[in-house]
Design a binder for this molecule. Structure first.
Ligand code: IPE
Ligand code: IPE
Ligand code: MG
Ligand code: MG
Ligand code: MG
Length: 334
């Protein structure tokens, strides 16, 4: 977290940032936006045929969750908005924020399948395949993935230039695809032996491999969440670059915190079964660096992320929600 710097009686940038961040009430900020996202998601998956498919999609999409990715997208849009009512103008990113939550729900449904992490609980309830069977879980995930793209394209207001929207759609798919989440999940599955390597090739466990898995399987979508919010508001290139790097740092930190919680968390708070990573022999930050090493890395990433927010030269007030979300991602208990 940011350190206090007092430059000869003048309040330094770092101290002003701290004041803005301290005064900022993330709980209240997040509550209003989460409510908006929940209500919008609810209408986007309202009762259609085949009823069982929509029921399965709704079951996973509307089961709570922190809505971290939606909040990051809205917060980035608000941060770069030049209008007075940033919250209002940031709403151009609401369809994107909802699309991201649909993609995330898909990733959780598929990640929990018996052929992947084989998990029984998610968000405090039985996993999708436990409730609806594997075939439906697979198809509900597929449906959420393509619906996300449709919603992003059709529901983004036409105040957003077509060229920008096209860029956002392309980047979303890149974040999910072979270079992003899917590629990361494949590397993760190779590390646990769920996917076997072609004969002759060998996979060696290394810190670089672990960081690359985390950045792809989890980081890519979190990075996109931040970048897309700013891009939809036509942010300047240098701001976009710093925010994208902040998103990447947050994404890596988010998965390190997830690895830690698998060891330190309890089922009631997590809503999913802890201890699964070690049982599966998974390559995680904790398995490589231990609990203390992982906590130290989180503190380093927090400082790095905060300095990237400073690099944007946006006001401390404008980036206060992003600063608080980084802190939350690192210090969360669920
Ligand atoms: C869990 O994501 C899966 C990971 C990428 C680590 P979250 O921790 O954001 O899950 P929800 O959305 O809050 O349930
Ligand atoms: C999940 O990573 C990554 C994606 C869902 C893409 P984990 O497998 O560690 O997530 P949890 O612990 O099941 O939530
Ligand atoms: Mg997994
Ligand atoms: Mg998992
Ligand atoms: Mg995990």
């Amino acid at each position: 977290m940011g350190s206090l710097l007092i430059e000869s009686g003048r309040i330094s940038m770092t101290e002003r940032d701290m004041v803005a961040a301290t005064a900022f009430d993330l709980r209240q900020y997040a509550a209003t936006r989460r409510d908006l996202v929940e209500r919008t998601l609810d209408t986007l998956v309202a009762g259609k045929e085949p009823a069982q498919l929509w029921e399965s999609m709704r079951y996973s999409l509307l089961s709570g969750g922190k809505r971290m990715r939606a909040l990051l997208c809205l917060a980035a849009a608000e941060a770069v908005s030049e209008h007075k009512d940033a919250a209002q103008s940031g709403l151009a990113s609401l369809p994107c924020a909802c699309a991201i939550e649909m993609v995330h729900a898909m990733s959780l449904i598929h990640d929990d399948l018996p052929c992947m992490d084989n998990d029984d609980f998610r968000r405090g309830q039985p996993t999708n395949h436990k409730q609806f069977g594997e075939a439906m879980a697979l198809l509900a995930g597929d449906a959420l993935l393509v619906l996300a793209n449709e919603i992003l394209i059709r529901n983004t207001p036409n105040t957003v230039q077509a060229e920008i929207l096209l860029d956002v759609v392309a980047e979303l798919n890149r974040a999910i695809g072979p270079e992003g989440m899917v590629g990361g999940q494949v590397a993760d599955s190779i590390s646990t032996g769920l996917i076997t390597m072609p004969t002759g090739s060998q996979s060696s466990v290394s810190p670089e491999l672990l960081e690359s898995i985390h950045k792809r399987k989890t980081g890519a979508l979190l990075r996109f969440s931040v970048w897309s919010g700013a891009r939809l508001m036509a942010a300047q290139d240098h701001v976009l670059t710093s925010l994208a790097r902040y998103g990447e740092i947050l994404g890596l930190a988010f998965q390190i915190a997830d690895d830690l919680l698998d060891v330190t968390g309890d089922i009631k708070t997590l809503g999913k079964t802890p201890g699964k990573d070690q049982a599966a022999g998974k390559l995680t930050w904790v398995s490589l660096y231990g609990i203390k090493g992982s906590q130290e890395q989180l503190q380093k990433l927090c400082i790095e992320g905060e300095s990237l927010l400073n690099e944007t030269a946006l006001t401390p007030q404008a980036v206060a929600p992003l600063r608080a979300l980084l802190d939350f991602a690192i210090n969360r208990t669920s």
